[in-house]
Design a binder for this molecule. Sequence first.
Ligand SMILES: [Zn+2]
Length: 276
Amino acid sequence: MAQSTANESERIPHACLICAPSAEAALDKARELASRAVCSGTGLLKPCGACRDCRKVAAGIHPDVITLTRAADDKGKQKQNITVDQIRALSADAIVLPNEAKRKVYIIDGAETMNPAAQNAALKLLEEPPAAVVFLLCTVRPMQLLETVRSRCALVKLQGAEDPEGPDEAAQELAAGYLKAVNTRDDAQILRWCVQNENIDTQAMAAFLEAVRLRLSDMLCLRLKSGRLSRAELLGLYRLSERCTQYLKVNTNVKQLFGLLAVDALPDGNRGNAID
Ligand SMILES: [Zn+2]
């Protein structure tokens, strides 16, 4: 991951990865950076918010600030992925000079929804960016982007966003341990595991919960074996870990959360037996 972080006093790097807790927050930040990139105000403060370019960005009508998002299908429903064709079209457009501003800005909304082919096409673009172009990749799930894509971008991490480096090894081991305990479907074993591990601090707890969700996502996408856990149970665990993360944010103590993780791990009646 590039260490440079775009802040008010620096020039905008040619590619930024904006990690935010919500898609809206990421887009807000992207629009602010886009304004700064195209602002034609003469003062020191950029974006000035008053020049023609700033006002057009705010109104969403600047011809050199282009937002790419998942396309809609025939029925008007948003597709699951940003496709490689969309990125190719963007690449072709990126070599055309800006219309009005000194540079062009491409905002990729939900960058993690680029499928692997699209990410590889984007990677080529990031490796050899056309002159006078800024790419702003917005995401709430940075870990779903290829490492090679992430490492080409300067990181702009907003408060409350997932860590783009992902949870550390200790957190991942703990997550594997928890899901292994749940997999026994044995209340006593699950509880014992939770009691044994409840003495971690808040920060480690946050990383552990994130690691649990990543493993569950991998199981849901069949990248990891889920053992004796059904799909509904995996989803239930995912929601449980999300709930715990919310509780952690309002200062619920870690021991109480481990209590929840023990008691609510599996729905009543689903314990003791494997579901086939
Ligand atoms: Zn301006």
